[in-house]
Design a protein around this ligand. Sequence first.
Ligand SMILES: Nc1ncnc2c1ncn2[C@@H]1O[C@H](COP(=O)(O)OP(=O)(O)OP(=O)(O)O)[C@@H](O)[C@H]1O
Ligand SMILES: O=P(O)(O)O[C@H]1[C@H](OP(=O)(O)O)[C@@H](OP(=O)(O)O)[C@@H](O)[C@@H](O)[C@@H]1OP(=O)(O)O
Ligand SMILES: [Mg+2]
Ligand SMILES: [Mg+2]
Length: 326
Amino acid sequence: MSQSQRYRIGYALHPKKIQNLIRNSLLTYTNQRGIDLVKIDLSKPLIQQGHFHCIIHKLHPLDWNSLRLNEYLAKHPHTVIVDRPDLVQQLHNRVSMLEPMTHTRISLENDTVGVPKQILVDNEAIDEEVDIALKFPVIAKPLFADGTTSSHELCLVLDREGLRTLSDNNNNNSISNTSPMVLQEFVNHGGVVFKVYVAGEHVKCVKRNSLPDIKEEEARTLKGVAKFSQISNLTVHHDKKRSNEISGEIIEKAEMPPEGLIKELGRGLREAMGLNMFNVDVIRDAEDCNRYLVIDINYFPGYAKLPCYEPFITDFLLDSVCNKAS
Ligand SMILES: Nc1ncnc2c1ncn2[C@@H]1O[C@H](COP(=O)(O)OP(=O)(O)OP(=O)(O)O)[C@@H](O)[C@H]1O
Ligand SMILES: O=P(O)(O)O[C@H]1[C@H](OP(=O)(O)O)[C@@H](OP(=O)(O)O)[C@@H](O)[C@@H](O)[C@@H]1OP(=O)(O)O
Ligand SMILES: [Mg+2]
Ligand SMILES: [Mg+2]
């Protein structure tokens, strides 16, 4: 970059995301490195908002209507759009989000990365489908991961009876009366989820709280269904201090996945999905420490939760405007 070159980078985000991400610390850091971060007005066409070297975004499909992206691109063909909105869509569906993993072989020495068994179900014929394909316990997840609160409402289903409760519209535990869901085999993983944050070539992994293991004995005796939501964001597990201490200790003690494997996962998924800004939730099978499983991929996650997120994001933005990111 020449001394005087500055980059105008627009962010098209909803207010909550702006509040979480665009902190003063980020603005100071980017500003010192020649980047002016500019808020995009979601109610006006982009063409009325000046020239951007790059645009980052996390929007719902309908938000794009007023922005009129194609019209803007016809006038500013060199603006880098991170990422292509049509490609982001694959992460709004819990079947298509894991598809790239089934086509991409990711391994390093003895370690492999795969996905848990999962099936897509509608309310009919649910019993037979599960019998054939899966073993209890399973996690029921709404098919559409579209950012709504209900898209994060998951259920741990312990047995066939639990599954019936789930599909019963009159029951409080039913996931949703109308939307389809996926059933994913629950895999014991020591109560820790690894969150792999990707921003172009930059990859960082952190440990978070997860569901505790279910012992074989418990798997045989426990029954029914239990609802839960966004467990990895809970630094405080329950309101009991003791259980917080235990889960904190478990997280601290958990060994990180090998750095090379994490980098390879980030690179492989970036290439397979054609996306640059996402995170991947990975668990390690408690029965086979070389077996890693991807359980969730999120577009434009909460980068500000990473330690030193300012250089992480800024380096990526500089790569993007210098056309290093695809
Ligand atoms: N197959 C599985 N086996 C074991 N635990 C799982 C499995 N799938 C999900 N979990 C647990 O449930 C949590 C939430 O699941 P998931 O990440 O799919 O939901 P989400 O609502 O999309 O999460 P996010 O807030 O990251 O978008 C995981 O972080 C993990 O603790
Ligand atoms: O809200 P945060 O900044 O914490 O980010 C979370 C983000 O919410 P937001 O984009 O609405 O803000 C979620 O997006 P939606 O699925 O709901 O679209 C999802 O990506 C989570 O995985 C992120 O948490 P993280 O995985 O980083 O812990
Ligand atoms: Mg998740
Ligand atoms: Mg998710």
